[in-house]
Design a binder for this molecule. Sequence first.
Ligand code: RAM
Length: 337
Amino acid sequence: MKKVVALMLVLSLAFTGVAFSADKPAKGITIGVVYKQSGNPYFQAGVAGFQKAADELGFTFMHDGPDDGSSDGQIRIIENYIAQGVDVLCVSANDPASLVDVCNEAREAGIKVVTWDAPVDPEGRDLDVEPASAKVIALTQLDSMVKSIGGEGQIAILSAMATAPNQNLWISFMEEALKSGDPKYAKIDFVGVVYGDDEYTKSFNETQALLEKYPNLKGIIVPTTVGAPAVSKCIMDAKRNVKVTGLTLASDMKEFIDKGIADETFLWNPTQLGYAASYAAVAFVKGQITGKEGETFSAGEVGTLTIEKAADGGTISFLNKLNTFNKETVDAWINIL
Ligand code: RAM
């Protein structure tokens, strides 16, 4: 009998041990994901990254974005997440300043705030996770446009929302470079920025207005995946010799790359960005990082990321992966992005 009891004890301990080791490290953690707007395939790809990390780590997550890309809509979503008692928020902001109060309300309730893609201002976040340095992203697009138009002529930018923190930072680096006196930009005439609000129709209409206003326009830089196909389609319909470059999904741009409207466009993998942001979120909840410069965290198969000082005074981590889509590479990417 004693032997049977001992055997049962051993078996039950072994069973408990197995159950314990099968527990995933982030089991019980809930992440509230907020993105700029619903229906944007870029953010759907980002959500796939949260799902992949959730499968690996065992956290649960909710995700939502306002239909209209408004800050008010984002504030309502965050308030709802606070009420539901999530452990950490992962936010891509439409307006960096207007989300500070609600993010701080979350932090007072013990919720960590990680931003990804488009940061909330530093006083309202614990860490920002971004694809690459804003200057690299900006100058990659600008230099590509300069090359496409042979170093000379009028160019414009069609951006997302006028308050978008990521686009505005990239644009500021482009403007700084254009004013720097660097001879490679000497014959570039920058006519200004218009905003398509990450809506296809508005982006198309704004492009039409640009084409009418500037009959000699040579190129449009489009640092938004929603704007790029709209701008390209408008140029194609108008049969104008205007080049496009920017940040795009490969699948959206294949047609326009094949037709030569864009020589090349760029993007990181938004799935990897969501994936890395969720690893950061879990590391916060588990107390492995506090968001200070110099700390590191594992972002699973993306590798180890380091926390650095951000240009806006907060802290930031970079994936440092920017892909180029051109006639040679676009086909390999269209099933991924
Ligand atoms: C759009 C969004 C997003 C941006 C990409 C490049 O999908 O504006 O924030 O990072 O484009």
